[in-house]
Write a protein that binds this ligand. Structure first.
Ligand code: DC
Length: 208
């Protein structure tokens, strides 16, 4: 029997751990998970091949999210650039809202999930960490994937993306007033996941 919708909305800057936390929370509760950054990355990747961003967003198919090539630094910057365009954001809205309200529960992570996509979400978290800690984690991840990049360059990329994501006019990155702020700068990932699960658990208790 399908259970009622229950939305966990997670926002935060690049490389704060929200994807890992989102996936773990979804697995714990048996919810579906959507990394909404992949939507913008899929559009950004198409723009890098010369396509118009609005057209690419309007024609986006969920199967485009499966592409492992979406995880590169170039695609991340392209995603951050297309994410500034209001028509791109509008084209991706319905898919995200429908995903959030699917039967059986859903976790969405991104930049504007608590503030714009799902302000009524039952549980809201803002996952953050210092720029240096986030750059260090991203650098390690890229090394492990065989992408040999300079730490200073990764830190610069994180800062540029933070500025663009936070300063844009449409749906800028900011913590929702009602979001639980989880700073992972000094938390191991297991502790951060446990904290997030406890927050959702408390809200689950209230909603049943
Ligand atoms: O989470 P990520 O690094 O995969 O996101 C890539 C870019 O997409 C990010 O720099 C800004 C944009 N984005 C957004 O504007 N809104 C979201 N909900 C998710 C991502």
């Amino acid at each position: 029997m399908a259970t009622a919708p229950f939305t966990v909305a997670i926002d935060g800057p690049a490389a704060a751990g929200k994807g890992t936390i989102g996936r773990a929370v979804a697995a714990h509760f048996g919810f579906a998970h959507l990394d909404t950054g992949l939507l913008y990355r899929a559009v950004g990747a198409q723009v890098l091949t010369g396509r118009d961003p609005i057209e690419a967003a309007q024609a986006l198919e969920p199967s485009a999210l499966e592409n492992p090539a979406l995880r590169t630094a170039d695609v991340a910057q392209a995603a951050s650039k297309v994410a500034v365009i209001p028509e791109v954001r509008a084209a991706l809205l319905d898919f995200q809202r429908a995903f959030a309200r699917r039967a059986g529960g859903a976790v969405l992570d991104g930049r504007d999930i608590c503030t714009v996509i799902c302000p009524q979400a039952e549980a809201k978290l803002f996952v953050t960490a210092s720029a240096e800690v986030r750059a260090q984690r991203r650098w390690k991840e890229l090394q492990e994937r065989g992408q040999n990049v300079d730490y200073e360059q990764v830190l610069e990329d994180v800062r540029v993306r933070d500025a663009r994501d936070s300063e844009r006019a449409t749906a800028p990155l900011r913590p929702a007033d009602t979001a639980f702020v989880l700073d992972t700068s000094e938390l191991a990932i297991d502790a951060a996941i446990a904290r997030a699960i406890a927050v959702v658990e408390a809200k689950r208790g209230l909603s049943v």
